[in-house]
Ligand binder design. Sequence first.
Ligand SMILES: [Zn+2]
Length: 580
Amino acid sequence: MISFDLPRTVDEINPRQWETFAPYFEELEKRPLSPDNLRQWLTDWSDLTRLLFEAASLIYIEKSQDTTDKEREQAFLDLINDVYPQAQVAIQTLKERLLAVDPASDALADMTMVLRNMQNEASLFRQENIPLFTEAAKLENEYDKVTGALKADWNGEEKNLSQLGLFLNDSDRSVREKAWQTIAGLWLSQRETLNDIYGKLLTLRQQIAHNADLPDYRAYAFREKGRFDYTPEDCLTFHEAIETAVVPAVNRILERKKKRLGYDALRPWDWVPEKGSMVDDSGGDPLRPYQGQEALIQHTLNIFNKLDPQLSRYFAIMAEDGLLDLDTRSGKALGGYCSSLPLRNRPFIFMNGVGSHDDVQTMLHEAGHAFHVFETADLPLVWQADPPMEFCEVASMSMELLSAPYLTSQYGGFYTSPQAARARIEHLEGIIAFLPYMAVVDAFQHWVYTHPQQAADAHQCDAMWENLLDRFLPGIDWTGHEDSKKTGWHRKLHIFTTPFYYIEYGMAQVGALQVWRNSLKDPVKALSDYRQALSLGGTRTLPELFASAGAEFRFDTEMLTELVSLIEETTAELEKQTLS
Ligand SMILES: [Zn+2]
């Protein structure tokens, strides 16, 4: 037998060329399989996948840390042009080999969900789609580049979108307005370019679906995302439940804000749904919880220490091993993410922190994802540690809510008690306000991908987006900024780069709110259920994972009404604490 001596770290290989990985895949393709060596074969394949995924993760991380570095961009392009396409073919061959094995084999006893996913992926695979994926990845990268390069002069200093975004939280309305107008101007300056990128993506995605013998890209995306436990119709039902149970609650929040602030109307710079920032009506100064990465790490560590010593150990490992890149810098890609490095079983967190409360929230959120990586580290095969996305976000969103009681400096957190109460109100109201926006983003894509002819015309996309805003977010007065209203879909990265990936956030929020509800009654049990559910990785169905975390996988009006009431009761309590 050929030896299967994999490199132990990515440092030992050149991850930018397929030849690095090819001999190992070839060996796995050729190795004779028997019931006796099936498990070893799977383990070897899993280890090779860890090496490949870790290499890819590192290339992606390095590119996002400096989008102006040509060498890093080239590494990424090599990966998507050379390594990925050939890896996909090789992986497909291995999947077909595995799926030909008797599924009752002992070696596969813990692989039910993995086999279900692989069966699905293998049946969706089409050789002719591979160049189309490459083409789409380039266009998605183009969106990142165009938006990452957007910069404007702000009082004599050049600022990127993340840096300008900080001023959307300013307590001075004229500063918010100026920041919003600056940002809106930058986006509109790229209107044609972004329409063009999206148009090309739509054509490609439709072709990908047709090649896979599916009627449209929605049908394809549901299969590709492994959405076995809900249908497009369930999503539409969720939208309706949001319209019934959540939109009125958002309107109550907006009315209170208008009254307290003495505004006739809330303008787009008072509520920026794609950023989740809503004008603060508490009368206090804007929260500036920390300065610089070290302070963010220390306070976060303190909070986790109060919540659960094991979680705090996980976070400390990340800090010690350089797995946190948290401050914004010129040239960094936008946004924040948690990536996994499956070879060393560690997560990596990337952010664009500027010292705002949003950054604290992002930190807690991404840490929840990171804990998921740590909790699944003992699962033997790489695919078992890959949970469904809807549940990944339960891990992160629950962590935001479970950490909330420890935000005060009394626990080593960021705030005085009244500030923490304000921050928590803002968070809870942000959750309510997010759901209708989520429905807009999801409903928009349901329409786009089931109406490809109409959606090929960017003006019709604009019109649909405007309709959905009127349905779900009627509380913003856009007078004078109609173009920015219609083109709001440009400002949502997911619509371009991860199509249909958004309802996961809504579903997960409903799950996370239930975890939080449970924690109000029994915090110890809620946290232990949470960690237990995380440790299951991808070895259970979505309803089972939710159940393990103490939540129901349900998105109807009754469920949303219950959770909205709980939030409204809690914020009323917290209001009293803001006065103390
Ligand atoms: Zn997340």
